[in-house]
Design a protein. Structure first.
Length: 460
């Protein structure tokens, strides 16, 4: 579907607004009908600044009709459903307007007029992906496919970061502009929300055979980001192979009947594309949500070495920060040990004895609520005798050894937990020497863990 004024479809019956219709007190003028579906009608238009835009009109034809310009419920019994759909259309438009991304269609304005609602959208000069697929006898190259997929994944990640789903990803809802940039259009969130409101509104449930995951066929089903990723994967199966994949309901029925899954994986049958690239698409195409790639960012990291390297470097920086923090902590503690222990001059006939000077200011800066492990019971405020120190240090060593076993959870987790354990000793009433002596054996392990992680990530 090329979005140029010369290529609009024929007028759709008598339900469309006539050319020249003014909306929002003349701010927009309808130039020509573009297309329609079961939920809305789109038009070419111009705004008050003479810019070309696309106007989408909320028109769920199952519940409404038009008299002159005014849109009204088909009957009194449809009034509630129609008003609900209009309200959801407005909410969705406002949500989309907040998504600022070069690969998501821009929303200029959402407004009410003619007893229904409208949104003004960017006019994209290009063709939809379905027409691109159908117009070419040659299959696209990997060099053409990869940048389009990465841009769409980044756009979808932006959508999901806002706790939204697109819910209608398919070749006809992806426009390819004159610079080969993909643009996501026509969100289906309002229709999915409407399907949950009542049995009548469930008629507007949007599914597209071959592209919709099996959970989209069930009103009120749990839908997650990987639902959108299934639809995107199905779209790229069509783009790469030239054929749409089997209906997900058909696949589910075959698996339930212990028959072979009719979907043929791309990996191993498409030449010219890296195996890992095709395997990621196949994984996103799993029938069961728990078996799919779960996030757009995960998919990006699987197929983009540069993004994977950047993520590894960011993770390594975090590990270096842990190492730096521990090193600084030890150095400060050792310095405090040197300055806070003083020899008290002996009285006549007595032997010298050492007394620890408690640094209350330093202790007051420690925020106990940030520690993942707190000492229990609390050590005495005055200087502990040798036996008390021994008991308390033994307790803390036991706790710290337990934390050290967190290594199996990953170097970063172990380092963070060990750091929390070491902080316990900063609240031992200024016993900096005790702290430094205790934590020293763990410092090497913490740094080693961080270095292992840095080294392993550098190989990615």
């Amino acid at each position: 579907m090329e979005l140029t004024l010369a290529d609009g479809d024929d007028q759709f019956g008598t339900e469309t607004l006539p050319n020249g219709t003014r909306l929002l007190n003349g701010q927009y003028v309808i130039e020509r009908y573009l297309s329609s579906g079961g939920f809305g009608i789109t038009y070419f238009a111009r705004d008050s600044l003479d810019r070309r835009v696309v106007i989408k009109e909320c028109f769920p034809e199952a519940f409404c009709s038009r008299k002159n310009r005014t849109v009204m419920a088909r009957s009194h019994s449809h009034q509630g459903e129609f008003r609900s759909f209009v309200d959801m259309f407005v909410r969705e438009a406002r949500s989309i307007a907040k998504l600022k991304h070069p690969n998501i269609v821009g929303v200029h304005q959402v407004f009410r007029d003619n007893e229904t609602a409208y949104m003004a959208l960017d006019l994209i000069d290009g063709k939809d992906l379905f027409d691109v697929i159908e117009a070419s006898d040659e299959r696209p190259s990997y060099q053409e496919i990869k940048p389009i997929l990465l841009k769409l994944l980044d756009a979808i990640s932006t959508i999901h970061d806002q706790d939204m789903l697109h819910r209608d990803i398919s070749p006809d809802n992806i426009l390819i502009d004159a610079w080969d940039n993909p643009i996501l259009i026509d969100f289906g969130a309002a229709r999915e929300e409407a399907s949950k409101k009542s049995r009548a509104l469930s008629a507007v449930l949007v599914v597209k055979d071959g592209y919709s995951p099996q959970e989209f066929y069930i009103a009120g089903s749990q839908q997650t980001p990987c639902s959108d990723l299934y639809a995107l994967a199905a779209t790229f199966v069509h783009f790469i192979s030239g054929e749409a994949p089997p209906n997900s309901q058909t696949r589910l029925a075959a698996i339930a009947s212990k028959k072979p899954d009719p979907y043929q994986p791309l990996a191993g049958r498409i030449e010219g594309c890296p195996a890992a690239f095709l395997e990621a698409i196949d994984m996103a195409m799993n029938v069961f949500p728990q078996d799919r790639i779960q996030t757009a960012q995960d998919w990006i990291l699987r197929i983009d070495a540069q993004k994977r390297k950047a993520a590894a470097l960011a993770c390594a920086k975090g590990d270096r920060d842990i190492e730096t923090t521990v090193t600084r902590l030890i150095r400060n503690a050792q310095q405090e040990a040197e300055t806070s222990l003083s020899v008290v001059a002996p009285k006549s006939g007595s032997k010298p004895e050492q007394t620890a000077v408690v640094s209350h200011g330093a202790r007051s800066e420690i925020q106990l609520e940030h520690l993942s492990l707190r000492p229990d019971p609390k050590p005495p405020q005055d200087l502990m005798n040798a036996r008390d120190q021994h008991v308390w240090i033994a307790k803390c060593q036991k706790q710290a050894r337990r934390l050290a076993r967190a290594r199996k959870s990953g170097p970063r987790t172990a380092a963070q937990l060990l750091l929390s354990a070491s902080l316990i000793f900063l609240i031992l009433d200024g016993h900096a020497a005790t702290f430094a002596e205790f934590i020293a054996p763990f410092v090497e392990q913490v740094m080693s863990l961080a270095q292992e992680n840095i080294a392993s990530l550098a190989k990615v």
